[in-house]
Ligand binder design. Sequence first.
Ligand SMILES: Cc1ncc(C[n+]2csc(CCOP(=O)(O)OP(=O)(O)O)c2C)c(N)n1
Length: 370
Amino acid sequence: MAPKLKAQFDAEKVLKDTESQFEMIQILDEDGNVVNKDLVPDLSDEQLVELMERMVWTRILDQRSISLNRQGRLGFYAPTAGQEASQLASQYALEQEDFILPGYRDVPQLIWQGLPLTEAFLFSRGHFKGNRMPEGVNALSPQIIIGAQYVQTAGVALGLKKRGKQAVAITYTGDGGSSQGDFYEGINFASAYKAPAIFVIQNNNYAISTPRSKQTAAETLAQKAISVGIPGLQVDGMDALAVYQATKEARDRAVNGEGPTLIETITYRYGPHTMAGDDPTKYRTSDEDSEWEKKDPLVRFRKYLEGKGLWTEEKENEVIDRAKAEIKTAIKEADNTEKQKVTDLMENMYEAMPQHLAEQYEIYKEKESK
Ligand SMILES: Cc1ncc(C[n+]2csc(CCOP(=O)(O)OP(=O)(O)O)c2C)c(N)n1
C-alpha cells in the first residue's frame, strides 16, 4: 500500500530537487577553455605557472615512486597520477598556518606544505623520521584508518577556533571513506561548533575495487553536507582552477566564522590503489581509463596556460629534469639515514613507557650498543 503521506509529499520530487543543487562545478573544460568566467580565480600569471610546475613535478614523483617501489626501494606507496588537480590545487588555496590531516594518498599536499621529500620517502619506509612534521608544517602524518582523519579534523578545527587563530584544518578522504561512521561524526561535530574545517572527498570512483555506484544510493557525495547543515560543493577534480576556487571560498568562509564546507572532487587514479598488489584491470576497463585520460588535469591546465602564452615544452622539460634530480638526491638521503632501531620505535611511541616495555627497552638498548 502506498504511504498515506504521498498525497501531501512527493518524495521523488524532494529528492530530485535536492540533488539538482549539486551539479559539478567546472571552470576549465577538457580542452582548457574557460567555461565559467565568473568563477575564474584571482591568481597571478606567476601563481598559475607555479601551480602547473607543482603538478608536473608531482606527476614525475609518482612515476619515480612506482618504479622505486618495484625495485624494492620504497615501502608503502599509494599512486597519485590523475589526482594532481584535486590534491595540489586544494593545497594551493591554503596558508602556512593551516593544518592538513591527510589520508595515505595525500603525501603530495604535505610536500608542498613543506615536508621535505627525503622525509616523505622515509614515511613510505615506515621510518619514524618520516612521521614527524618539521617545525612550521602544521600537519598530521597520513592516516591509514579510513575516515579517522575526519573526526580528528573536527577537533583540530575546534582547537583553532578556541585559540582565536585565523587558520583552518583541511582533511581528505576518498569516496569509500565517505561511507564510514567517522565521516559523519566528523562533519556533524564540526558543523555543530562552526569549526573552521574543510572536508574534501576525493571521489576517484573506486575504493580499491569497489565502484562508487556500490558505495551509496546518494546521487552525489557532496549532498551529504545537507544532513549536518553545511554547504556541499561538487567540483570537477580534474580542473585545477575549479578545485582552487572551491577550496579558497571554503577557507574564506571558515576563517570568517561561518563554519565548515564539504567538497567532493570528481577525479580518477590512473594507477592501482596501492603498490601492494591490486590489479585495476580486474575491476576497470581500458575504455574507462581512456575516457578519464581525456580529462587529464595536466593536459587541460597546460592548454589553458599555453593559450595565455605562459607555458612551453621547454619549460615543462626544465621542471621534469629538476624533479628527477631532486628525487635522486632525496632517495640517496633516505638511503643514508640511519636505520630505525627497535628502541627508536619504543621511544617514539610512548611519552612514559609501561614497566614491561621499559624492561625490554633496556635489553634492546644493550643489544643495539654492540
Ligand atoms: C577503517 C578501515 N577499514 C578498512 C581499511 C582497508 N582499506 C584501505 S584503503 C580502502 C579503500 C578506501 O577507498 P577510498 O576511501 O575511496 O580512498 P582511495 O584509496 O580511493 O583514495 C580500504 C577499505 C582501512 N584502512 N581502514
